[in-house]
Ligand binder design. Structure first.
Ligand code: AMP
Length: 218
């Protein structure tokens, strides 16, 4: 399968992408994770991205588009991929279309995780992340088994700097202004399908399984 996941920060795109990627053997491509990784490794793109990410703004298109193009051209993306957090504006969507054309492939579907602002904010403020494996937890909805430790890696979970209230507000504004217009873009190309981002992980997964079956996406 080749999917794009659209929706505001806190819509559950990353968590659902992990489940889909396991069940459908598609590569999970998260631009946020790749940028955070680049920052950790102090690569040129990571250093350039740092200030934008801390402010909750979009990292310049050329940096992000390059990272995604390189990733989806690799052999392990041939079996399929799930784009989580990309594209985030019209320019990136046009670049993605061009790259897909070069690779002679196309998207199966663009899933819009429609989510209330209340849910987004509640999820982001309670989100905790494993700095090693990147798995997301939530203090109330999905707590780790042992106090603030990753179930798999046993390392202390972190509260992302950009998941603090001031930055969340900025990220939601950026989403409304830059990313939301993509709903029209993908609706016009007939790829857009809307699902509820307010559901829990398993409930949404069941709905997606049915949708994929109905539309022959494998
Ligand atoms: P995320 O983990 O998807 O919430 O992304 C975290 C941050 O990374 C965003 O607030 C942006 O600063 C940056 N970022 C992630 N994806 C993109 C993208 N497609 N375009 C520009 N910036 C991005």
């Amino acid at each position: 399968m080749r999917l794009v996941l659209l929706g505001p920060p806190g819509a559950g795109k990353g968590t659902q992408a992990v489940v889909l990627s396991k069940n459908y053997k598609a590569l999970h491509v998260s631009t946020g994770d790749m940028l955070r990784d680049a920052l950790k490794k102090k690569t040129k793109s990571g250093i350039l991205a740092k200030d934008y990410m801390e402010r909750g703004e979009l990292v310049p298109d050329e940096i992000v588009t390059k990272i995604v193009s390189e990733r989806i051209s690799k052999a392990d993306a041939k079996q399929g991929f799930i784009l989580d957090g990309f594209p985030r504006n019209k320019n990136q969507a046009v670049d993605l279309d061009r790259e897909l054309k070069n690779l002679e492939i196309s998207l199966d579907m663009v899933l819009y995780f429609k989510t209330s602002e209340l849910t987004s904010v509640e999820r982001l403020t309670g989100r905790r992340v494993c700095p090693k494996c990147g798995i997301n937890y939530h203090v109330k909805n999905r707590p780790p088994k042992n106090n603030n430790l990753c179930d798999t890696c046993n390392v202390i979970l972190v509260h992302r700097n950009d998941d603090k209230v001031e930055t969340i507000k900025k990220r939601l504004e950026v989403y409304d202004r830059e990313t939301k217009p993509l709903l029209d873009y993908y609706s016009e190309s007939g790829l857009l399908r809307e699902v509820s981002g307010n559901l829990d992980v398993d409930g949404l997964f069941r709905i997606l399984q049915n949708l994929f079956k109905k539309e022959n996406v494998a």
